[in-house]
Write a protein that binds this ligand. Structure first.
Ligand SMILES: Cc1ncc(COP(=O)(O)O)c(C=O)c1O
Length: 436
C-alpha cells in the first residue's frame, strides 16, 4: 500500500503491528468483525477538529463569522450533538432534518432553514420550534413567511437566496450558483424580492445567501461571487435603502477523495473570502456584513470510512478483474450519480504491495454499481475487508434500500473506543412501514 494513501483517511489513521488499518486507535478488521459489514465508521475527533479549524481560521480573520454545518452531508443525533458542542450553527433543508436536529437537542435558534420548496407544513414546524433563520428561495415563499410571522407573532431572520451567475468548476449536478439554477433568484429578480420583502412589514430581512456548488477546489468562484454580491448590495442600498447585515457564501469547500485531487487548506478559503469581502465592501462604501459559511462535506467527508467484506471475485481474461463487495450503490450512490472517484485499500493487508489492478463492484442490479474503477489493491480473497476513505459525506444520507438492502450501521470511533450511533437495519425494518 502506498504510504500517502493514509492521508486520505481520518487524521491519526495508522497501520498496526498486524498490518491492519486503524482509525482512531480502532482496528478496522476487528470493527468489521464486531459490527458487520458494510459499516460506516466516523471518527469523532476528526469531525471536532475540522469544526474547530473552520471556526478559528475564519473568526481569527473576521470575528463576525458564523460557521453553520450543512447537515445534508450527514446528520444523525450523535453528529448533531458534536456540532452543537463545538458551537457551530446548523443548516437544514427539510422538516425531516430539522426534526433530527431537534431530537438531539440542537437549539432551533441556531438553525438556518433552507430549501427551494419548503412546504407550508415544514415552515409552520420551523416557526413552532423557533427556528432562528430562514433562507428564502423565492417570492412565493416571502408571502408565506409574512403570513406565518403574523400568525406566530415573531419572525426569524430572513436571508434571500440569490444566484450570482458564477460557474464553479465541479460536476454539473452539484453546481448551483449559475443563473437559471433551480435554487434562489437571479440578481434582477432578487432586487424585486428585496423590494417586496421590505414592504412585508413583519419580515426581518437581514441579508443574502448564495451557494456556488460543492467540491470546489479553487478560490476563484468565491472571489467572483463576493464581488458580484457586494456590487449588487450597493445598488439595492442606493435604490431601496436596504443595508446588507448578513451574507452567507454557502459551503462547497473541496476534499481529497484520491491522491490526484488537490483540495485547498481551510486557511486559503478563509484568506480569500475574508480579504475579498472586506475589500469589496470598502470599495463599495458599505460596512462589512456578518459572514456565514456552510461547510458540510469538508467537515464530515474525510472523517468517514466505509468497510466492506469481499465476496465473489471474477476475472474476465485480458479485460477486467472484479472484486465484488457486500455493499455498493445502496450505501454509496456517488460513483453512479456523479462519476465520483474513490481510493480503496485492503484493510487487513496494509503492508502487502498493491499488486493487482481491480474494479471494486457492488452487489446491486445495475451495471453502474461500481464503487472504484481500476484501483491498485493488495491481492484479496473472499472474506477480506476493503476500506474506502472519505465516505462520511453524502453516502449515508443518500443511502437507499435498493434491492432490499438494509442500511448499514454507523459506528463512531474515538481514542480506541467505538460505539454504534445508528444501528444496522434488519429485514424486519424493510417491511416496518408496510401496512398492506
Ligand atoms: C445551501 C447549501 N449550503 C451548504 C452546502 C454544503 O456544501 P458542501 O457539503 O459541499 O460543503 C450545500 C450543499 O449542497 C448547500 O446546498
Amino acid at each position: 500500500m502506498k504510504e500517502e494513501l493514509l492521508h486520505l483517511f481520518p487524521e491519526g489513521a495508522a497501520v498496526n503491528a498486524k498490518g491492519h488499518l486503524e482509525i482512531a486507535g480502532c482496528d478496522t478488521v476487528a470493527l468489521a468483525g464486531e459490527y458487520g459489514t458494510p459499516l460506516y465508521v466516523l471518527d469523532e475527533s476528526h469531525i471536532r477538529n475540522k469544526c474547530r479549524q473552520y471556526v478559528s481560521e475564519f473568526t481569527g480573520r473576521f470575528a463576525d463569522t458564523r460557521v453553520a454545518y450543512a447537515s445534508k452531508a450527514c446528520l444523525n443525533k450523535a453528529v448533531a450533538r458534536v456540532i452543537r458542542e463545538e458551537g457551530l450553527e446548523l443548516d437544514v433543508v427539510s422538516g425531516g432534518e430539522l426534526a433530527i436536529a431537534l431530537s438531539a437537542g440542537f437549539p432551533a435558534a441556531r438553525v438556518y432553514f433552507h430549501g427551494n420548496n419548503k412546504s407550508p407544513e415544514e415552515m409552520r414546524y420551523a416557526f413552532e420550534n423557533g427556528v432562528g433563520y430562514i433562507v428564502a428561495d423565492n417570492l412565493m415563499e416571502l408571502e408565506l413567511l409574512q403570513q406565518l410571522a403574523v400568525e406566530f407573532g415573531y419572525s426569524p431572520e430572513v436571508l434571500i437566496r440569490v444566484t450570482p451567475g458564477v460557474e464553479a468548476h465541479t460536476h454539473q449536478h452539484i453546481t448551483t450558483g449559475y443563473t437559471g439554477s433551480k435554487f434562489g433568484l437571479p440578481l434582477g429578480d432578487a432586487a424585486g424580492a428585496i423590494k417586496k420583502a421590505r414592504k412585508l412589514v413583519n419580515l426581518k430581512l437581514v441579508g443574502l445567501h448564495c451557494h456556488l456548488g460543492s467540491q470546489i477546489n479553487e478560490t476563484r468562484p468565491y472571489e467572483e461571487a463576493l464581488g458580484v454580491l457586494i456590487d449588487f448590495s450597493r445598488e439595492v442600498y442606493d435604490k431601496e435603502g436596504f443595508e446588507l447585515k448578513k451574507l452567507s457564501i454557502g459551503g462547497g469547500f473541496g476534499v481529497n477523495y484520491t491522491l490526484q485531487d488537490r483540495a485547498l487548506p481551510v486557511s486559503v478559503y478563509a484568506d480569500t473570502i475574508i480579504n475579498t469581502l472586506t475589500s469589496a465592501c470598502n470599495r463599495a462604501g458599505l460596512s462589512t456584513p456578518g459572514l456565514i459559511i456552510e461547510p458540510g462535506r469538508s467537515i464530515i467527508g474525510p472523517a468517514g470510512v466505509t468497510l466492506y467484506r469481499v465476496g465473489m471475485i471474477k476475472e474476465i481474461q485480458g479485460l477486467i478483474k472484479y472484486v465484488t463487495v457486500d455493499g455498493g450503490m445502496a450505501d454509496n450512490i456517488r460513483p453512479a450519480l456523479y462519476d465520483a472517484s474513490y481510493a480503496a485499500v485492503a484493510a487487513g493487508k496494509m503492508y502487502e504491495p498493491a499488486s493487482e489492478k481491480v474494479t471494486i463492484a457492488g452487489k446491486y442490479c445495475e451495471s453502474g454499481d461500481i464503487l472504484v474503477k481500476d484501483v491498485s489493491l493488495a491481492s484479496v480473497t473472499m472474506g477480506d475487508i476493503v476500506a474506502i476513505p472519505v465516505t462520511g459525506a453524502y453516502c449515508l444520507p443518500m443511502a437507499s434500500n435498493y434491492n432490499g438492502a438494509p442500511k448499514p450501521a454507523v459506528v463512531m470511533v474515538n481514542c480506541g473506543g467505538s460505539r454504534v450511533i445508528c444501528r444496522r437495519e434488519e429485514y424486519s425494518d424493510l417491511v416496518r412501514l408496510d401496512v398492506g
